[in-house]
Design a protein around this ligand. Structure first.
Ligand SMILES: [Zn+2]
Length: 119
């Protein structure tokens, strides 16, 4: 499996510290040639390959990272729920205002109708 770290000409592949760094470098250097970053199980760093390798081993995110992502999602949902609750509460207040106006107008019409009928 030494070819994980080596180029076809036998020279060592460039090592990157992260997927992001490898991806950044791949974008900078390629001119229409696709390069795929992969995590090297041999040296632990990232390399670039012209082939989408079956050897590519995705790093499983740590439990701590997954927990952070989950907490972040929960915060976003809570924030959106709060905003939604505010909109619903505002709509309820507006509906109550409209109901009160309708009641007042109805009472006014009834009063007017009754006074018209009086001789
Ligand atoms: Zn390597």
């Amino acid at each position: 499996m030494s070819n994980l770290c080596m180029r076809r000409d036998g020279r060592g592949k460039v090592k990157y510290r992260s997927n992001a760094e490898a991806t950044k470098y791949a974008r900078k250097t390629t001119l229409g040639v696709a390069l795929y970053p992969y995590s090297c199980s041999l040296c632990g760093s990232w390399h670039l390959s012209h082939e989408k390798s079956n050897m590519v081993i995705e790093r499983v995110p740590s439990a701590a990272k997954l927990k952070r992502q989950l907490e972040n999602s929960a915060r976003i949902i809570a924030k959106q729920q709060k905003a939604l609750d505010a909109v619903i509460s505002k709509q309820k207040a507006q509906q109550a205002e409209r109901d009160a106006e309708i009641t007042a107008i109805t009472a006014m019409f009834i009063a007017q109708h009754q006074s018209n009928r009086r001789p």
